[in-house]
Design a binder for this molecule. Structure first.
Ligand SMILES: [Zn+2]
Length: 253
């Protein structure tokens, strides 16, 4: 393939722009805010789940509390009824009187037990309420942090996108000044070899694979006309001769 040395030199400019585009794309993909936002989202979701679980427990405990309180009320009203009967003086049968007194005593013990249950349930309810308050605050904080990080992430992404658009426009312009066959070869090699299709030959070394060319390879390149497109024997990329190629003599541009 043949191409004017100036067109070959433009290939190096195009490569710089393509490498910059590649770098910008990498930066857009690896913005630290992306991982940070994902982490905060996960934390907010986890807190939401914990909060729902705690709220469910609060409802359960509230139901237990109502049940325990109603049990206490029942026992108390029965004891009150018995006490009234006792005080009324209407019961004269000794056996019946004893039974009633024994029942009142038993109801008193039962009431004390149930009141213990009420207290215990109330303590659990208080602890759960505190948990709900804490989880609500933590979740709100995570959501607020997430919102802030997302805003920072989007601003950073928009700035990178702005740079990409500008560099892509430059690339379009420079690519337009390169012969179609040379450009097609370059694009094919770029796709094949890690984003680098053309590299400068500097001081006898390929800028693509960084390897020094052998004397035989350098002599071979010297033998080619300046408008002949040459390739690196090692990495197969287009090797563009520069003023510092280290070839000496007439092939220097
Ligand atoms: Zn090479």
């Amino acid at each position: 393939m043949k191409a004017e040395p100036a067109a070959q030199a433009r290939l190096l400019h195009l490569q710089e722009l393509d490498s910059e585009l590649q770098l910008l794309a990498h930066r857009a993909r690896t913005l630290p805010e992306i991982a940070e936002a994902a982490g905060l989202k996960e934390r907010a979701d986890r807190l939401e789940t914990d909060l729902i679980a705690a709220q469910t427990k609060v409802s359960d405990v509230e139901r237990q509390q109502r049940k325990a309180e109603s049990d206490v009320d029942q026992v108390r009203s029965r004891a009150d009824r018995d006490a009234k009967r006792l005080e009324s003086g209407q019961i004269t049968n000794a056996k019946e009187l004893q039974n009633l007194q024994s029942e009142i005593a038993s109801l008193g013990r039962r009431q004390a037990e149930l009141e213990e249950v009420v207290l215990e349930v109330m303590e659990r309810a208080e602890a759960l309420d505190a948990t709900v308050v804490r989880l609500t605050a933590e979740r709100e904080e995570a959501v607020a942090e997430h919102t802030a990080v997302v805003a920072r992430r989007d601003t950073a992404a928009a700035e990178i996108q702005w740079d990409r658009t500008r560099v892509a426009q430059d690339r379009e312009r420079v690519a337009g000044e390169i012969p179609a066959d040379l450009l097609a070869l370059y694009d094919k090699l770029r796709a094949q070899y890690d984003g680098i299709g053309a590299a400068p030959l500097r001081y006898g070394r390929c800028g693509g694979c960084k390897l020094a060319l052998s004397t035989v390879e350098l002599n071979d390149i010297r033998a080619h006309a300046a408008d002949e497109v040459v390739r690196c024997e090692d990495c197969r990329r287009i090797l563009v001769r520069t003023e510092e190629s280290g070839l000496g003599g007439r092939t220097e541009q």
